[in-house]
Design a protein around this ligand. Structure first.
Ligand SMILES: Cc1cc2nc3c(=O)[nH]c(=O)nc-3n(C[C@H](O)[C@H](O)[C@H](O)COP(=O)(O)O)c2cc1C
Length: 348
């Protein structure tokens, strides 16, 4: 009995199966941060392939929070129409949609000043960031809140806050990148404060019936002194109480070196630990490319949802092949695709 094709409901939104497309920055945008035809085609192809949930790439809440000049943005009202078109396109192609809100912090490669909790560069290739003042930190919280308000107009089904992979919010969470001695640094409670304030503001703005997802690096995987799943579980309790519906569990990204082995499903154990500790739905991710591994993850209740990244770049129709092998006829926006999953019927 395949578990991949079982639906998952978060608040009022039901994903038709347990496969989600992981957020992946495609570097296909322009300086204006607006959705263009390539974005539409790229996401539509994966949605037509039958996955339950499409997560966008990073969508920056302010210009200085972009990873690159080609990022999408939601800092301006003029960016809403394109995002609305994208959400409509994903819906027409049969998937639910999730918009990933992000601020790149010290990993930003855009011109001009870049910002972080402390003046520590991400790597030798990155510039040293300016330290955010308390007023500037609070402006970041407002930027996320405004972005969530605009996201309502876009019609996306879910909102995700990117708090992983060494971007701004993660930089605050980790003692390795946060050396502040004010209310946003020092104790875990203080380091968590930016994320807590962002989640509180976004949850307040975002409709009650729509899910809010937070992406976390469960373990910094950056060697001595970084956060581990123990600290992340404590943070998870706080996020659950604030109304977060699912944790998208990843790891690392805080430093250029990943202190661990990358094997199929290498981050599943983090998801399983968080899920068990928190009794909160989790998504897992990382080098998951086979349906057998997905089934094992779901069967062992290690995760509720499996995010796939690069496999869906290689093969947008991965899930159709899985359905064919499993003898399942999944609901598809173009039902005729099912003719490719069963035995060939002569006719045309
Ligand atoms: C080209 C590329 C762009 C990515 N961009 C993002 C991003 O915008 N936001 C994010 O949270 N993760 C991003 N990631 C990480 C992926 O979401 C995912 O965690 C990673 O690729 C591992 O999963 P996979 O082995 O299934 O590809 C990116 C990964 C790739 C390969």
């Amino acid at each position: 009995m395949s578990r991949i094709f079982q639906p998952l409901t978060l608040r009022s939104v039901t994903f038709k199966n347990r496969i989600a497309m992981a957020p992946m920055l495609m570097y296909t945008g322009q300086e204006d941060g607006k959705v263009n035809d390539l974005h539409l085609a790229h996401y539509a192809a994966r949605a037509l392939g039958g996955v339950g949930l499409i997560t966008t790439e990073v969508v920056a809440v302010e210009p200085a929070g972009r990873i690159s000049h080609t990022d999408l943005g939601i800092w301006d009202e003029a960016q809403v129409a394109g995002l609305r078109r994208l959400a409509e396109m994903i819906a027409a192609c049969g998937a639910k949609s999730c918009l990933q809100l992000a601020h790149a912090g010290r990993k930003s490669m855009v011109d001009g000043a870049i910002f972080a909790p402390s003046a520590i560069a991400h790597s030798a290739q990155h510039r040293t960031p300016q330290v955010l003042t308390i007023e500037q930190v609070q402006a970041v919280v407002r930027a996320f809140e405004r972005a969530a308000e605009r996201a309502i107009e876009t019609g996306f089904d879910c909102l995700e806050i990117h708090a992983a992979h060494g971007y701004l919010i993660h930089e605050f969470l980790s003692p390795l990148s946060n050396r502040r001695d004010d209310g946003y640094g020092g104790s875990p409670e203080n380091r968590n404060r930016l994320l807590v304030e962002v989640v509180t503001a976004v949850r307040r703005a975002w409709p009650e019936d729509k899910p809010l997802i937070v992406r976390l690096s469960a373990d910094d995987m950056a060697g001595e002194g970084g956060n581990t799943v123990t600290q992340t579980t404590r943070l998870g309790y706080v996020l659950k109480a604030l109304g977060v519906d699912l944790l998208s569990v990843s790891a690392g990204g805080l430093t250029p070196v990943f202190h661990g082995e990358i094997v199929p499903g290498y981050q599943v154990e983090f998801a399983a630990q968080l899920r068990q500790g928190l009794e909160l739905p989790v998504g897992c991710n990382g080098s998951i490319t086979s349906s057998e591994l997905v089934e094992a993850v779901l069967y062992s209740q290690s995760a509720d949802l499996v995010y796939m990244g690069r496999e869906l770049l290689r093969n947008p129709f991965w899930l159709l092949n899985v359905a064919r092998a499993a003898g399942v006829e999944p609901p598809l926006a173009i039902p005729t695709y099912a003719r490719a999953t069963g035995p060939y019927e002569r006719g045309h």
